[in-house]
Design a protein around this ligand. Sequence first.
Ligand code: NAP
Length: 248
Amino acid sequence: MNKVMVITGGSRGIGAATAYLAIDRGYAVCINYLHNQEAAKRVVDSIQQAGGKAIALAADISVEADVIDLFNTVDTKLGKVTALVNNAGILEQQMRVENMDFARLQRVFTINIIGSFLCAREAIKRMSTKHGGRGGAIVNVSSVASRLGSAGEYVDYAASKGAIDTMTIGLAKEVAEEGIRVNAVRPGFIYTDIHASGGEPNRVERVKEFVPMKRGGQAMEVARAILWLLSDEASYTTGSLIDIAGGR
Ligand code: NAP
């Protein structure tokens, strides 16, 4: 069976590392991104130079019509999705809850939660044996913030990841008999651009002392767990949450 992976937010950070590893494992990959076309193009170009098959598609995962178009285009250009990595996610400026306005809460919850639901929905329609599909696997990118809470920084973000954990457990049970496994990874402090959106680009350097392993993680260390969860090596693993956080 052709292996086709959709990675939301695949143009940078953990998503891009996942794309590079997926090519090594024989997937054709759709790299979804929001605005940064240059970054997406760089990932696609380097995959194609290495002989892999990849396309970049812009879509805002928090917009239903965009998500529908994204999966329809993947059907046409790569074939039906067999692996979904629900990776795109945002955090915003560090602040206490009493200072968070409605617009911010709406952005964080819509992108991080509803976006992941919409993508899972489109993937299930194509993967589920109940709908004539051949099965597949979904990995949600949550965060250890879901159990730590991110007090004083972004409790909204942490709560959105709590929703992703619960979605992973419930959805895994819902589709377990239909050939689909659903799992999540929960990274800790990983060196990517996301910390700049919180107003602290060097956050990992500041907080790494709080990690038992005394270092931040690399995007590729998360990607390896994602690829394992998607592979047949994880054939009896569903509804699991794997922390990749140096012991934190
Ligand atoms: P990142 O470097 O900031 O990259 C974010 C990616 O998501 C980019 O490709 C971006 O596209 C895309 N994106 C953002 N909003 C989107 C939208 N509405 N629709 C489609 N794509 C969108 O992030 P990262 O650090 O790799 O994080 C990836 C995931 O890991 C997130 O879910 C994050 O919460 C989780 N995580 C990260 C850490 C960490 O320490 N880095 C820790 C725990 C969990 P553009 O380039 O076009 O903007």
